[in-house]
Every structure is written in C-alpha cells, then in structure tokens.
Design a protein. Sequence first.
Length: 87
Amino acid sequence: MMTVTVLCGAFVHDGRFSLRFWFRAVHPNGIAVSMLSSDERASEYVIIYLHHGHIVVSMASSSRISNLRLTSRYTYDDANWWQVRLL
C-alpha cells in the first residue's frame, strides 16, 4: 500500500516547475503522483512511482525531443516517511 499525504504542492516560479510531497510505502510498486496534460494524447506528463522499491520519475514535454526517466539508487518501500522534491 502506498500512502501520500494530503499536503502536496506543485509550483511554477520564474518559469520553473517544482513539486514536493511526502509518502510512505510498504509495497514495492505503486503510483504516487500522476499529472497529465489535458490534450487527448497526454503528450505532456509527470509520473512519479515506485518500481521494485525505487522511485522513478518519468516526464515528457512538448518542448523536449525525448522523454526523461530517472530512477533512484536506493529503495523506499520500508514504511518510513520520505519526502520527494522535484525541482
């Protein structure tokens, strides 16, 4: 089970996007945050999820040629509270 707190913030400041939230997970797989563009193809998105306990950030933007995918080095499915900050 993945739990995400109610306090989650996404901000744009000086044209830069940032996202911050706390989560606690006891299972190694699950979606924490999913934001999709409003067009039918969802061509722009940010998805943050756990895969085998690792945090994965997957994003695409219409201004980028390719998609971006980052995977954490460590695992975070240990039932502790963790903060994610995407700047």
